[in-house]
Design a protein around this ligand. Structure first.
Ligand SMILES: [Zn+2]
Length: 105
């Protein structure tokens, strides 16, 4: 047994569907009665052939943990929880629609 059996289109669809539901490869392998390596290889193969495969649930969780960082507000200079590089104003200043350029006026 090589552990790498043929994947039918229906199984491919199921694999993609389970990925969309945020299941990890280990969970998918168990549900589909396949080896972890087989699922992993299939995901890589599908990706290579241009199929959009949802990112690994573990990666997504790791990313979420880092979505907010303390940033200095460009307007008032106070630290606030920022959602990302695009988020440079604290909620107070954003609602005031204060431009950072106003500081130099
Ligand atoms: Zn501010």
């Amino acid at each position: 047994m090589s552990g790498y059996a043929y994947w039918s289109p229906a199984e491919d669809a199921e694999l993609l569907e389970l990925r969309r539901k945020q299941l990890t490869l280990a969970q998918i392998a168990k549900l589909m009665d396949r080896s972890y390596e087989s699922c992993k290889a299939r995901v890589a193969e599908l990706r290579k052939s241009g199929v959009v495969v949802a990112p690994d649930a573990n990666h997504r969780k790791a990313k979420l943990r880092h979505t907010t960082t303390q940033r200095k507000c460009l307007c008032c200079g106070r630290l606030f929880p920022s959602e990302g590089p695009h988020n440079r104003l604290c909620t107070g200043c954003r609602s005031k629609s204060c431009s950072p350029y106003a500081l130099y006026a």
